[in-house]
Design a protein around this ligand. Structure first.
Ligand code: C2E
Ligand code: MG
Ligand code: MG
Length: 746
């Protein structure tokens, strides 16, 4: 996700940041998680320590008694050994005693036997001998036993000695064991105690640490958030349009937040400074025309308002408002390029300033007609402003009468007319000036407003243009009425087609040699229910200005095609119908498609239509006109150049486009008899047409002589009141039927 996306989805907290922002909860979460984690760690440690202590105790209580049992078993073995020895010793004595007893009893028995039994003496002595033998043997045996015993005794002694050593050793071992046991027990006890102490200490320390951690986290979070909150609140105010940038963060401490606060303060200082500078610059620019550096329309209107206030307060004897529009600026701009055009506008501006300074009626040192320092007007001083394009306006203070104003206007006109050298080229322009004097042209000053003054001066300027340009005119209330009519007209034209208020007149055209009808020109008429009937000169210009003209021309084409179709159905012999296209229509992109659509199923009738185009300054895109004409000719239409020899006619269209007819303008026709020059011009046009292999039509023939003169000069066709006034379609149809009958009769 880009930063822009984040920006678009982020919804800023509307209230206190401390109440809304998740950062606080994040820091608290860290503290809580940290504390809980630390506690868990302590508990795990506690568990481990406890296990260790238990193990130690087990060693002490379980493992050590096994050793003790071992020692006891050793002791038992020793007891068994001594018991065995004792038993052996006991068993030996018994045997000896028993042997002795047996021997004595035996001897006794033997003696008894010898005494008791003399007859058996021999046998007894033999037996005694045998007994002694036996006894000796027994004794020897006993002796052997005794020896053995002695040997055993020796062994026993050694054993006893060993036993003593053993006992010593055992005692020593026992003592050592006791000593070690005591040491082990005390060590284990000490270790257990220490572990237990450590655990308690760790637990207490952990708890204190956790609490401290928690408190520090809360304190830090609150401290950070409070400072961020103040910064956000300040920035928020600035972001929603507050110009109060005086707020500064306290720079206490030396932490990162203090660093942030320091740069926040520095940023605000810079922003405050930049805002002050840029506001001043924006204000200046908002009231300045960047091309000429003159006050612009907005500043001009403010100054004008100030001047009106001054007049109301009787601080001035009156002032003049001038509306200036350059003449011929467009051709210079087109020919030399827009950069040169800009340069020219700057030069004109400078001349205007110089002229106003020279003629300033207050004080030329104080006058600053070209300076914009702020958004404040400068009362009591002359103003030269540029409205747009080649339009300028002026306020001339303390101009008391029309003579003064006229003198200044004339000086301005002469100054502007002086040649200019732009990009090494010499060029010149004129200026049309409209003047409105306050209070002479406005009446009661209390009813005067800025808009009216500008409109008045504008209307006067238009009047100057209408009067031939490069001149000045004063405002006249009649101009306002004319303008109001124009506005009315503009609104009414828009409804002319939907309200069915338009119709065509057809002015017949005749071949001059035999006066045969060869065609007609369709001429537009507008019959308004309230305003009356208008001829094209009254409204075509308005329609061209307000962009209605193409719609009107489309309507004419459609009506002519319908008319041709009706005549076709009535089986009236076809003639060429000429209709007029405005400059806008001729240079309209996509015109062939429009014509094709309008013709619909009657495309074959396009062969009976001739389009009249007048070369005017309005035709600026000659390439489009050229391609339109080529396409229209492909579709079967003919092209005539209207009003040739008058107005703007040049050879541009003629050289670029395939023209069928040249229509000689009625102004030339009118003078053909009286003016040799006109005759020469007509002759030249007809010669030119012959060379280009195009036909000629003379319009505005009002009498026989003109017709004869044109015929003598080999003009092909004539049109004018002499032959016929423009006729309604019914009249023209009847006229055609009449001619058709005449032709048939002949
Ligand atoms: P245009 O095309 O040169 O038309 C000839 C004008 O001369 C017509 O004026 C016609 O009534 C007038 N006229 C004809 N015979 C005589 C005569 O013997 N003496 C005098 N003094 N005038 C004569 P209209 O009809 O008032 O048209 C004026 C201009 O308006 C036309 O001049 C043409 O440029 C323009 N216009 C006419 N109809 C249309 C249209 O349908 N569309 C456009 N765009 N312009 C049209
Ligand atoms: Mg015409
Ligand atoms: Mg004409």
């Amino acid at each position: 996700m880009s930063s822009d996306d984040r920006k678009s989805t982020y919804k800023p907290a509307s209230d206190d940041l401390l109440a809304h922002n998740t950062l606080r909860w994040r820091i608290l979460s860290i503290a809580v998680v940290g504390t809980v984690g630390f506690m868990l760690f302590l508990f795990v440690m506690l568990g481990v320590s406890k296990q260790n202590a238990d193990l130690l105790r087990e060693i002490r209580d379980t493992r050590y008694p096994v050793q003790e049992n071992l020692v006891a078993a050793l002791n038992e073995l020793e007891t068994i050994d001594s018991n065995l020895e004792h038993a052996f010793i006991t068993a030996n004595a018994t045997l000896l005693d028993h042997s002795m007893l047996l021997a004595d009893r035996f001897r006794a028995h033997l003696h008894q036997a010898m005494v008791l039994e003399p007859q058996h003496r021999v046998a007894a002595s033999e037996f005694l001998t045998q007994f002694d033998e036996y006894y000796r043997n027994s004794h020897a045996l006993v002796q052997a036993i005794i020896d053995k015993h002695m040997e055993f005794a020796e062994t026993t002694t050694i054993k006893q000695q060993n036993s003593a050593a053993f006992i010593d050793l055992r005692d020593a071992l026992g003592a050592l064991q006791t000593q070690q046991t005591d040491a082990l027990i005390s060590t284990v006890d000490a270790a257990t105690r220490r572990a237990s102490n450590s655990l308690s200490a760790g637990l207490i320390t952990g708890l204190i640490t956790a609490m401290l951690l928690f408190l520090i986290a809360i304190f830090t979070a609150r401290n950070i958030l409070q400072r961020i909150n103040s910064m956000v609140t300040s920035l928020k105010k600035i972001a929603v349009g507050s110009h109060d940038m005086a707020v500064r963060m306290p720079l206490t401490g030396s932490d990162e937040m203090t660093e942030l606060a320091y740069w926040f303060n520095t940023f605000l200082e810079k922003l405050q400074q930049l805002t002050l500078e840029s506001t001043a610059e924006v204000k200046r620019l908002a009231f300045t025309d960047t091309l000429t550096n003159l006050p612009n329309r907005r500043m001009f209107l403010r100054c004008l308002q100030t001047e009106i206030e001054r007049s109301k307060a009787k601080d001035t004897n009156g002032f003049a408002v001038m509306f200036l529009d350059l003449d011929n600026f467009k051709p210079v701009n087109d020919q030399l390029g827009h950069e040169a055009g800009d340069e020219l506008l700057r030069a004109v501006a400078q001349r205007l300033i110089n002229t106003v300074r020279e003629t300033d009626t207050v004080s030329s040192t104080e006058a600053k007609p070209d300076t914009v320092e702020s958004d404040q007007p400068y009362p009591g001083q002359p103003v030269v402003a540029r409205l747009a394009g080649d339009e300028f306006m002026m306020i001339l203070t303390d101009v008391e009468n029309s003579e003064q104003a006229a003198a200044i206007a004339e000086r301005i006109r002469l100054a502007v007319m002086e040649p200019y050298f732009i990009h090494g080229m010499e060029c010149s322009v004129g200026v049309s000036i409209g003047i409105c004097l306050v209070p002479q042209h406005t009446g009661d000053i209390d009813n005067v407003n800025v808009e009216d003054l500008v409109t008045n001066a504008d209307m006067a300027m238009y009047e100057a243009k209408n009067q031939g340009k490069n001149t000045y005119r004063f405002f006249d209330p009649a101009l306002r009425e004319a303008t109001n009519l124009k506005v009315k007209l503009d609104n009414a034209i828009r409804l002319a087609i939907p309200n069915n208020e338009l119709h065509l007149l057809y002015q017949p055209q005749f071949r001059l040699t035999d006066r045969k009808l060869v065609g007609a020109e369709a001429l537009l008429r507008w019959a308004h229910p309230d305003l009356g009937t208008f001829s094209p000169d009254d409204f075509i210009h308005r329609a061209e200005t307000n962009g209605q003209i193409c719609e009107l021309d489309d309507w004419v084409l459609e009506t002519v095609i319908q008319q041709l179709h009706e005549w076709e159905l009535a089986q009236i012999e076809p003639v060429t119908i000429a209709l007029n296209f405005s400059a806008a229509q001729a240079s309209r992109s996509g015109l062939p498609q429009v014509v094709d659509r309008i013709a619909g199923t009657n495309k074959h009738l396009l062969h009976n239509i001739e389009i009249e185009i007048t070369e005017t300054s309005a035709i600026d895109n000659i390439a489009v006109v050229e391609s339109n004409i080529a396409a229209l000719k492909q579709m079967g239409l003919k092209i005539a150049m209207d009003d040739f020899g008058a107005g703007h006619s040049s050879l541009t269209l003629l050289t670029h486009c395939q023209i069928d007819t040249l229509k000689i303008d009625k102004a030339v026709t009118r003078e053909i008899e009286s003016d040799q020059k006109c005759r020469d011009i007509v002759q030249s046009i007809i010669d030119l047409a012959a060379k280009l292999k195009v036909s000629t039509v003379a319009e505005g023939i009002e009498d026989e002589n003109q017709s004869m003169a044109l015929s003598a000069l080999n003009c092909d066709v004539g049109q004018g009141y002499f032959f016929s006034k423009p006729l309604t379609s019914t009249e023209f149809t009847a006229f055609r039927k009449h001619i058709s009958r005449q032709d048939k009769a002949a």
